[in-house]
Design a protein around this ligand. Structure first.
Ligand SMILES: Cc1ncc(C[n+]2csc(CCOP(=O)(O)OP(=O)(O)O)c2C)c(N)n1
Length: 372
């Protein structure tokens, strides 16, 4: 059998090595102040804590499911910090870091995984679309939205709007994603495709998704693609900033492949020990996004022990808040399902709501009779 797999190792944009050393890249300059670096570190630590608590809450039966972001914090925080308020982001279902940056309260994420809401937040309030479980479909939503932005005349200048969409390596095998690439390319849509290549689509490894490195797919559709070290928050920030700028100035889409690793299970329903070897995880632990930023900060006097202790204390407080908030989440009113279906009143839906309300009331009557 012929093997036409591309064997050469693709170039990886990396600004911060796993040892915490800064590297300059001519195409992606990044000039951050100490406050900004400390802010990125704080984001990484706090969002990891939200994630750890959520996994524990699922184990305690408080959540139906949780999709952990462990290991993917830098890809998410860096790219989301590159967004401007007017930009619109479309997540899949483990973009808790992006949600954090867009100001979505952790309890609103937990509510979805607890099954007490059909959404969790108002997308217009945060410029963050709702989580999407159907693999890859959000790439089309984002492309359509970006084409709308374009038609509204909101691109073309420095203050223009750009769109970003997050998806996984597995999603690149979906028709939707390939259709989105093509639509975005031929329409020059202002959308950044941000693929978190975490190596696994549940139990399917990357080599079952693609014969070529994922970032090279973009060239086939006619737009630029770049691979970054997804565990490097600086690379994620610098490259996403550039791609968003490219989009907002009307130069069309870009694909960023953030080469990272899903350190946890696919979701709390999954057992990765059944399909992947322990050594792989050990190798990626050495590339941990938080440890490398901390090493850089400590070695360059960007932060001292007091700062790191204060962030840890803040994470402890946040963890407690997440636990308390989760247990306090109210059950929804069963009739909530009828909200947010149509923008305007709809007679047929009103009828259905009334029938369902009667049906629910019949249980109360039965309960009252049973009690006699
Ligand atoms: C259209 C569709 N097919 C199958 C599934 C079941 N499914 C859920 S997650 C997943 C793997 C996705 O992998 P990837 O895109 O790499 O994202 P990751 O979960 O690794 O972030 C699959 C196949 C689904 N949700 N939607």
């Amino acid at each position: 059998m012929s093997d036409n797999t591309a064997h050469e190792e693709p170039e990886l944009v990396q600004l911060l090595t796993p040892e915490g050393e800064l590297r300059h890249h001519p195409d992606y300059p990044l000039d951050l102040g100490a406050d900004e670096v400390r802010g990125l570190y704080r984001d990484l630590v706090l969002v990891r804590r939200v994630d750890t608590e959520a996994v524990a809450l699922q184990r305690q039966g408080e959540l139906g499911l949780w999709a952990s972001l462990l290991g993917q914090e830098a890809a998410q925080i860096g790219s989301a910090r590159a967004l401007r308020p007017q930009d619109m982001a479309f997540p899949s279902y483990r973009e808790h870091g992006v949600a954090w940056v867009r100001g979505v309260e952790p309890r609103n994420l937990l509510a979805m995984f607890r099954g007490v809401t059909n959404g969790g937040w108002d997308p217009a309030e945060h410029n963050l679309h709702l989580y999407t479980i159907v693999i890859g479909s959000q790439t089309l939503h984002a492309t359509g939205y970006a084409m709308g932005v374009q038609r509204d005349g909101a691109t073309g200048g420095d203050d223009g709007t750009a769109v970003i969409v997050y998806f996984g390596d597995g999603a690149t095998s979906q028709g939707d994603t390939n259709e989105a690439f093509n639509f975005a390319a031929v329409n020059n849509a202002p959308v950044v495709f941000f693929c978190q290549n975490n190596q696994w689509a549940i139990s399917e490894p990357l080599e079952r998704q693609s014969r070529v490195p994922l970032y090279r797919r973009a060239a086939g559709f006619g737009f630029p693609g770049v691979r970054i070290d997804g565990n490097d928050v600086f690379a994620s920030l610098a490259v996403t900033r550039r791609a968003l700028q490219h989009a907002r100035e009307g130069q069309g889409p870009m694909l960023i492949e953030a080469f990272t690793y899903r350190m946890g299970a696919h979701t709390t329903n999954d057992d990765p020990t059944r399909y992947r070897v322990a050594a792989e995880l050990e190798e990626w632990k050495r590339k941990d996004p938080i440890l490398r930023l901390r090493a850089y900060m400590a070695a360059n006097g960007v932060a001292d022990d007091d700062f790191f202790a204060a962030v840890d204390a803040e994470a402890d407080k946040l963890g407690e808040r997440v636990r308390v908030d989760c247990r306090a989440l109210p059950d929804p009113d069963p009739l909530d399902i009828f909200h947010e279906v149509y923008a305007e009143p709809h007679a047929q839906l009103d009828l259905q709501r009334a029938e369902f309300a009667d049906y629910l009331a019949s249980f109360e009557d039965a309960g009252a009779e049973g009690g006699r």
